[in-house]
Design a protein around this ligand. Structure first.
Ligand code: ASP
Length: 322
């Protein structure tokens, strides 16, 4: 293992948006996460870095990867963790988000990992809680920890993010992964293309600084990374697409289409994947090109780095006040 990386996220109490980070923050988080990738591949994965700390996962939307990886990350660092089951909590009795967070905050957690369907929800919680808040997805706005784990995955594969061409394809309008990735990749010197039908692109996407493509094949041509996104049916209002069969016909990633990307190109997807809707199983399951499960592996390491980094802030903060 290389020398200990420089402490990341100095001065940050929370992780709410990629836009709050500098390129230096991102690089030092990636360096710290690298050390956890090595650790997670060993038989003994347990550290005591967060011994005595409490991490609460509070997810108001379904999750498999994000919630499980935050729980594993916290446990591997030695923290005590609680997964709030929102569907059986007092939220069902009408308790508001702010009251729920004030209640949990009174139990003195150190880190609160929150996923919520309202864009901007976590930023609103900052004044209610004095622990660190981590945004695990807020509505259609951002999913910063996903972009960071995606960056870790790409850096592992290509060594550097700068100069890569990344085509982000699919439901950009309702997806939060696209925005966080766009902010991070642009900041780190990658070229980003957004590839989607006009009905699945926000009207202001032209001002985001990425190249826009409505033609799927033109959009992925020559790309180093083809990042596929799920149709976020749970957020769609009205009919934006004729049918999923038609969508797959024009915007589905097949091996034939992937051949248009740069030789050696890789496929990514934040999951959950919908086979036969945005991605063909032959692409999703091809270990030579698909990094989908590598993303899951990198997710645990990146979330360990984030919990560690924000706790270091807290250690310094509490130390300064003592
Ligand atoms: N898991 C990602 C998210 O929570 C992507 C998705 O759901 O499609 O945004």
């Amino acid at each position: 293992m290389s020398a200990a990386p420089k402490a990341p996220l100095i001065g940050h109490q929370h992780l709410l948006s990629i836009r709050d980070l500098s390129p230096g923050d991102v690089t030092s988080l990636l360096d710290l996460a690298d050390t956890y990738v090595d650790l997670n591949r060993q038989q003994d994965k347990k550290l005591s870095t967060l011994k005595g700390r409490t991490v609460i996962n509070l997810f108001f939307e379904p999750s498999t990867r994000t919630q499980a990886s935050f729980e594993l990350a916290a446990k591997r660092l030695g923290a005590d963790t609680v997964n709030m089951a929102v569907t059986t909590s007092s939220v069902t009795k009408g308790e508001t988000l702010l009251d729920t967070v004030a209640t949990l905050n009174a139990m003195n957690p150190d880190l609160l990992v929150v996923r919520h369907h309202a864009s901007g929800a976590q930023r609103m919680l900052v004044s209610t809680a004095n622990c660190s808040i981590i945004n695990a997805g807020d509505g259609t706005n951002e999913h910063p920890t996903q972009a960071l784990l995606d960056a870790l995955t790409m850096r592992h594969k290509f060594g550097d993010l700068s100069g890569l061409t990344v085509a982000i394809c699919g439901d950009i309008l309702h997806g939060r992964v696209a925005k966080s990735n766009l902010y991070l990749l642009a900041m780190m010197g990658a070229r980003v293309r957004l590839v989607a039908p006009p009905t699945l692109l926000p009207p202001d996407a032209t001002r985001w600084g990425a190249e826009i493509f409505h033609d799927f094949e033109a959009g992925i041509k020559g790309a180093d990374v083809v990042m596929m996104l799920r149709l976020q049916n749970e957020r769609m209002e009205g009919t934006l697409l004729p049918s999923t069969r038609e969508y797959f016909r024009y915007y589905g990633l097949t091996p034939e289409r992937l051949a248009l990307a740069k030789p050696g190109a890789v496929v990514m997807h934040p999951g959950p994947i919908n086979r036969g809707v945005e991605i063909d199983s032959r692409v999703a399951d091809d270990p030579k090109t698909s990094l989908i499960l590598t993303q899951v592996e990198m997710g645990v390491a990146m979330r360990m780095a984030i919990l560690d980094a924000l706790s270091q802030h807290r250690r310094n903060d509490v130390g300064a006040r003592a």
